[in-house]
Design a protein around this ligand. Structure first.
Ligand SMILES: Nc1ncnc2c1ncn2[C@@H]1O[C@H](COP(=O)(O)OP(=O)(O)OP(=O)(O)O)[C@@H](O)[C@H]1O
Ligand SMILES: [Mg+2]
Length: 236
């Protein structure tokens, strides 16, 4: 498998505080990586650097061999906040919006078909004409996911997207996300505080602590046993 993101000796400081200290990490195409670590240890900062939203101090972050300098359509971010949708657009318009500005000029019919496809993928058929205020938190995150996926990004960056959801809603979103990931070959970098969530989703779990990568845990089975949860929680 090919590398898609290559991070070498990456350092980021804020006001003399070293947030990320000489980090190396390589992510393979199609991989699902979870970033975990205590609060304030640089997970969002790392995601923002990969997305090209902020500048590094030193080191390299490359996407398919090219230095990442600004946000592009290749790496799309899904946030934790439920208010990331356009409140004045209905569900279908929300998903169709980024497609109107896409690289290849799409016709209205193509936009319509793509929106419908992703609405079905995230299991929101029947809610096309609903506005964000008429949706639950879980449904809004499904829309945000569909909107991000509809543009066919190579990499999906997800910053605690299900962090504020109850366990049952979270678990149903996990199945949807894994299902879509299996079908699309999208590389996913997913930040979470929830060790069980990381063990459910990730091929590899990257533990970020005190500015460095403390541990990379292979998780091919994706079965979050209590024993594994306890082992990783102890490292946090
Ligand atoms: N724009 C900024 N200016 C100054 N300091 C910042 C800025 N953004 C983040 N920081 C600091 O960098 C550190 C890492 O923040 P970051 O948001 O990456 O942590 P995190 O691991 O995502 O935390 P959480 O789990 O709480 O979301 C924190 O100490 C934070 O205060
Ligand atoms: Mg964060």
């Amino acid at each position: 498998m090919k590398d898609i993101i290559k991070i070498e000796k990456l350092t980021k400081t804020y006001e003399d505080n070293i947030i990320l200290n000489n980090i190396d990490l390589t992510i393979t195409e199609g991989e699902f990586v979870c970033l975990i670590g205590p609060s304030g240890e640089g997970k969002t900062t790392l995601l923002n650097l990969i997305g090209g939203f902020i500048e590094k101090d030193s080191g390299n972050i490359k996407f398919q061999g090219k230095e990442i300098r600004k946000p592009t359509r290749d790496c799309i971010m899904v946030f934790q906040e439920f208010d990331q949708l356009f409140s004045w657009k209905n569900l279908k318009e929300n998903i169709g919006f980024p497609l109107k500005n896409s690289r290849e000029k799409l016709s209205m019919e193509e936009i319509n078909n793509l929106s419908t496809k992703y609405i079905e993928m995230v299991k929101l058929k029947g809610f096309e004409n609903h506005y964000p205020h008429q949706l639950s938190g879980g449904m809004k995150q499904r829309v945000a996911l569909a909107r991000a996926l509809a543009t066919s990004p190579k990499v999906l960056l997800m910053d605690e997207p299900f962090g504020s959801l109850d366990a049952q809603t979270k678990s149903s979103l996990h199945s949807t996300l894994l299902d879509i990931w299996g079908k699309t070959n999208t590389t996913i970098i997913f930040v979470t505080h929830d060790v069980r969530e990381a063990l459910t989703l990730a091929d590899r779990i990257v533990l970020l602590k005190e500015g460095i990568i403390r541990e990379i845990i292979d998780n091919n089975e994706k079965i979050p046993t209590d024993k594994k949860v306890a082992e990783i929680t102890r490292l946090l």
